[in-house]
Design a binder for this molecule. Sequence first.
Ligand code: GA4
Length: 338
Amino acid sequence: MVVPSPTSMIRTKKTKAVGIPTIDLSAERSLLSELVVKACEEYGFFKVVNHNVPKEVISRLDEEGIEFFSKNSSEKCQAGTSTPFGYGCKNIGPNGDKGELEYLLLHSNPVSISERSKTIAKDHPIKFSCIVNDYIKAVKELTCEILELAAEGLWVPDKSSLSKIIKDEHSDSLLRINHYPPVKKLGNENWDPSKLHNSNIINSNNTIGFGEHSDPQILTILRSNNVGGLQISTHHGLWIPVPPDPNEFYVMVGDALQVLTNGRFVSVRHRVLTNTTKPRMSMMYFAAPPLNWLISPLSKMVTIHSPSLYRPFTWAQYKQAAYALRLGDTRLDQFKVQ
Ligand code: GA4
């Protein structure tokens, strides 16, 4: 069942309760496919429990992440700059976006373990690479399971229509590990209103760790440590805080899935606020098509009454459009049928 978890229940100004759906993947399949579709339509976001990703696979990557970010900056920089893969600090993308974070960005299909090792660790790179690979393998299976449920719930005749895009050996999927060090509340001595203009400070307590955006890919599978900060925007523009849950995964609809479903699912805009005392660490698997994959609405999603909203484009073209714009820009408009 889609159960709004009590911790995630918040009340809007109109005192309407809003809850983030939680889907128990051990439930009966026909029910699950309906619930996945409903959650993707209503929020473009949901939590999954009983996901079958082994605990050790999660905890090992957690440990490696903690160890990596605790190194000094010159050691971390040895992982390569994040253009496109490796270590990045505060800079997001190529167009001047900034955030209060550091991160590792890794491709899910490196040519080889030794190729991956170059972008992560100098001391025990093979161990880190194997742990990353095990994590990617497990979350990729989870992604494919969710995409198959979505296809079933949408009554798409071939239930692998979506998952096969991710299973393709040339899939351009990524893994990102973000580390948000705590950011202290500004004391009065630092108070400089001119710095507030266009800055990342959104109220007296929190700083923007990662600014508002949607993910360009098909689906994002996210988990974090026990420190909150992630917020999602509802279709009505209300920001909902997402309670952290280190044992479970959150699923986000990305732009490419919005196109594949001809706008029936809408990608979720989200952002991360930093904590004033505790570091947040999160890891995201971004499930993407191969670069040359032609993205257009699944034929089942196009009818005389709902004609195609988007013209076909390759994943490479969409990535190029995303990297040419700022983080928070809407990129899908340029691919809409006029
Ligand atoms: C958002 C989702 C992923 O983190 C990411 C990001 C990428 C980057 O950090 O290099 C982008 C951003 C993300 C969307 C717009 C472009 C590209 C930064 C940016 C300004 C790795 C991705 O695929 O797109």
